[in-house]
Design a binder for this molecule. Structure first.
Ligand code: ATP
Length: 537
């Protein structure tokens, strides 16, 4: 398993403004999360990297941004109305509802085996379109972005004169009424997808399927996921949809184990065939529902054979939110950078032991919350020096702040954490939410402050890099704060910069500190944009 647990990621994300529970001040809305100031940057950077690699750096791809609300017939002919279901079971003892394939016959809530027979539950959300509410005026929120691509196939083909093979790429929201949203942003009810429908000549689909698998693996590695944490799962033939020739699931080692990050499916001519008129004359190989509503023939004219044919489709479909979770999982690290004094270590150990005792005795705590806190606290207690950086996440667990002794523990741990530990996100610089942070050595020295602010402005405006200014603590603490959110570079402006220090040769230079190596070097201020441009790719 990776070193990081889901709790640690949740805690960091909330504490530092990556991701908050949705509608937090009203008690939340299950299965929804809001991306905060840092989360939106990270997510945008991931989407931009995907778009660049798949649309700009290839010459066989077009982009698209289709509407979320679509004519209901889309979902009839795609098969979603009929089959986009999960098996739902009810626990007769505690009335909880579960997805049958996630629970192996035992209710996770109360342990009862008295469950109803599974029945299909359609995961599409419905909404009202227009002012009249009746049985025909509803639409679905799209459960995938793919159908927007298929229904636009003829539009894109006509307006771009593309030849096969070519693809259409789209990033956008998708909604699924998941029976049990869980595991933070891994399974949610509103999420984003990055999808490609790649159209190929029938007969070439197997080779293209393999190429897309290789390309997508290489891309995930290029954004920082390590090969050790990626696996390919070939979906067994028996589990495939009737039209699918083969599907690869690209699995990532999340804190909950290896789970799907992206699916890469070979979908034959099912999708275009399903949405096409005149199906009988098109030689469609997949079994499709008869379509009396479509107004378009979704075919491609092959100039060589002078025939109209329905292209086959390869579909690489990735989740943005799961991508963000994978990046955070991969990047998260805790390091001890200085020894802790024996007295301080002992004080933290004692405070932790007292906290554990108090949690164990507390009868007001929800038993599940108590168990979670105790389990985590005991794991930290096995080697307090090694796991000190996990104390903030422990104290963020639900219920922990209601324990009086939590304040004492925090008070004992904080000074050690400030001095001797750092949590660091080793994100690829191109993905990092903030590229550069600028600090004044002294916040009451007007010239230093003005220079630091000027650097921030220049880098952000002209250098197009997200840059922040911070003067709210000592430099060491500010470094630690930026490490925790993955900022690759910090700049400090000091008296030498202004020519007022001991070494006149440093005039016009600043200290640049590297997140990963923690090394510092002096760089000429005027060379900063170029310096970072080379290092932020
Ligand atoms: P799962 O088996 O985990 O429910 P799926 O096979 O239904 O996923 P696809 O329909 O293949 O998923 O969707 C493509 C991608 O969209 C997935 O690989 C995943 O990254 C993302 N995705 C699907 N459902 C969710 C969800 N509820 N929350 C977050 N991401 C999701």
């Amino acid at each position: 398993m990776p070193a990081v647990t889901m709790d640690q990621l949740v805690s960091l994300c909330k504490r530092r403004g990556f991701i908050f529970p949705g509608s937090d001040i009203y008690g939340g809305l299950q299965g929804t999360y809001d991306f905060g100031p840092l989360g939106v940057e990270l997510k945008n950077n991931l989407k931009a990297a995907w778009w660049r690699a798949n649309v700009y750096e290839r010459d066989d791809m077009e982009g698209l941004d289709a509407a979320i609300l679509m004519n209901r017939l889309t979902w009839k002919y795609s098969g979603h109305e009929e089959t986009f279901t999960d098996p739902l079971v009810d626990c007769r003892s505690c009335k909880a509802r579960w997805r049958a394939d996630h629970i192996q016959g035992v209710c996770p809530n109360c342990g009862s085996k008295d469950l109803t027979e599974p029945r299909p539950f359609n995961m599409m959300f419905k909404t009202q379109v227009g002012p009249v509410a009746d049985d025909t005026s509803f639409a679905y929120l799209r459960p995938e972005t793919a159908q927007g691509i298929f229904v636009n196939f003829a539009n894109v083909l006509a307006t771009t004169s593309r030849k096969l093979p070519f693809g259409i790429a789209q990033i956008g929201k998708a909604f699924r009424n998941e029976i049990n949203p869980r595991n933070f942003i891994f399974r949610v009810r509103e999420f984003e997808q990055m999808e490609i429908e790649f159209f190929v000549m029938p007969g070439t689909e197997d080779a293209w399927h393999q190429r897309w698998l290789d390309d997508r693996m290489a891309w995930w590695r290029s954004v920082g996921l390590s090969s050790d944490n990626l696996q390919v799962y070939t979906v067994p033939k028996a589990d495939l949809a009737h039209y699918s020739k083969a599907t690869y699931d690209l699995m990532y080692r999340f804190p909950i184990g290896f789970e799907e990050l992206e699916g890469i499916a070979s979908r034959s001519d099912y999708d275009l065939g399903s949405h096409s008129k005149d199906q009988a004359n098109l030689g469609i190989s997949a079994k499709v529902m008869e379509n009396a509503d479509s107004t378009a023939r979704l075919t491609y004219f092959d100039p060589e054979t002078k025939r109209h044919l329905v292209p086959f489709v390869i579909e690489p479909s990735a989740g943005v939110d799961r991508g963000v979770l994978a990046l955070l999982t991969e990047a998260y690290d805790e390091e001890q950078i200085k020894p802790v004094s024996a007295e301080r270590a002992q004080a933290v150990r004692d405070a932790l032991a007292a906290f554990v005792k108090s949690v164990g005795r507390n009868e007001k705590l929800d038993p599940a919350q108590r168990d979670a806190i105790l389990e985590r606290a005991e794991a930290i207690g096995q080697d307090v020096a090694a796991h000190m950086a996990q104390i903030p996440a422990l104290l963020d667990l639900p219920g922990a702040s209601s324990i009086e002794l939590s304040k004492k523990l925090r008070g004992q741990a904080d000074p050690a954490l400030d001095e001797s530990y750092r949590t660091v996100l080793h994100l690829k610089p191109a993905l990092a939410p903030i590229k550069v942070a600028v600090f004044p050595l002294k916040r009451n020295a007007p010239e230093i402050v003005a220079t630091a602010r000027e650097i921030r402005k220049t880098l952000q405006a002209d250098g197009n890099m997200r840059t922040v200014y911070d003067d709210t603590g000592a430099i060491g603490k500010l470094y630690r704060r930026q490490d925790e959110i993955g900022t690759p570079f910090c700049i400090t402006v000091d008296f030498d910069t202004l020519g007022q220090g001991k070494d006149p040769s440093l005039t016009g230079t600043v200290t640049v500190r590297d997140r990963d190596t923690m090394q510092q070097e002096r760089v000429l201020m005027r060379e900063l944009p170029e310096y970072f441009r080379d290092r932020l790719r």
